[in-house]
Design a protein around this ligand. Sequence first.
Ligand SMILES: Cc1ncc(COP(=O)(O)O)c(C=O)c1O
Ligand SMILES: N[C@@H](CCCC[NH3+])C(=O)O
Length: 432
Amino acid sequence: MFVNDCLNINEKGHLTIGGCDTVELAKEYGTPLYVLDENTIRTTCRSYVESFKKFYNGNGMPLYASKALSCKELCRIANEEHLGLDVVSGGEIYTAQQAGFPMEKTHFHGNNKTAAEIEFALNAGVGTFVVDNLYELELLNEIAGKLVKKAKISFRIKPGVDAHTHNFIRTGQIDSKFGFALETGEAFEAVKKALEYENVNLAELHCHIGSQIFDIDPFVTAAEIMMDFIGKIKDELGVTISNLNLGGGFGIMYVNSDEPVPYENYMEKVSVAVKAKAAEHNVPVPYIFIEPGRSIVGEAGITLYTVGGIKEIPNIRTYVSVDGGMTDNIRYALYQSDYTVVNASHADKEATQTVTVAGKCCESGDLVQEHTQVAPVTVGDTLAVLSTGAYNYSMASNYNRIPRPAIVMVNNGKSRVIVKRESYEDIVRNDI
Ligand SMILES: Cc1ncc(COP(=O)(O)O)c(C=O)c1O
Ligand SMILES: N[C@@H](CCCC[NH3+])C(=O)O
């Protein structure tokens, strides 16, 4: 019935997550509230690690793309589950550091890393810099030289593969702000340049074709294109690239019509393609990294709200206002993303009412979902929005000076706060 196995309905007719009653969680911790199921997160991490063992002799490592949800506890879990970490800013590096994450297992992304971030990352011992452009390559070489360090680098390559997903989250095509294009020769020139620089060591090539992708074929095509490029580098420059990073982007279930592919199918198909290409080009089979973000935390998370005003506009629609909105979930406003909404107080009742769930911001576009079906709602009910674990907290804002919600982790009937709710004091903390 629900998009994830960790959800259920108890004898009171309330929605449960990880064995905890969501109405009770709302009472205990307040709303809006992000809730994450630990078992779901760990099980997904393990399925990625296992897929490397099963199909690729364990010759690779998944990196958790922490942009999906970065906080210390998630970094700790990623480490415990033997994942590395994809970080994209000084803030994400700092979070990993504070969590005691082994920094050599981090990959630092971003299309405009600042000099200060590069210096911070070098001093923090970040494992690999995924270089996005020539300016960054030069800057990194210079800063590494100044610090008497050698930076291990990767290049972000645009393989020219078109992934069928929302325009804002497609990244593999030539018209993208990320990375070096293959077809223009830009990527090959960058490789040659890197070989001239003293303080960088080119160890990897990277690509990422987009996010929320259900089809495995574009991933396989991208992997083949990257292997062809590795072959060209070997043939024309005599250089062996031993690591291949194939990015993230695996789709999850937001609504029942979404059909994610089991994640291990990905490794099964990609490993065959990579091994075949390695043989074709007579290069070693590379160590593979992948960077799942959404698929690790997305379905593990839900957001709980309390219903406030209900406004019925005859023959038009019924607005159900909740105590959060675009400040904790910007994704409908930004991408018109689908979500499943459940009246958690009456999860056993049929979803017969069509409503538009509105947030509390001073903004007409502050909607969580339009024309969605829920069990009849009354003031004070707890509403749950499902599959909000990824790109919700991490994209949250303080618009209208609304404090960010807490994150509670649940596990087999127990709950604990992993990120505290912001207070009004937090909101004015940096005001002079
Ligand atoms: C470079 C890179 N790696 C990994 C990810 C994570 O993608 P996803 O959350 O879709 O798995 C992204 C985001 O799209 C990305 O830009
Ligand atoms: N923030 C996007 C995904 C971006 C992926 C990062 N490159 C989303 O919510 O779907």
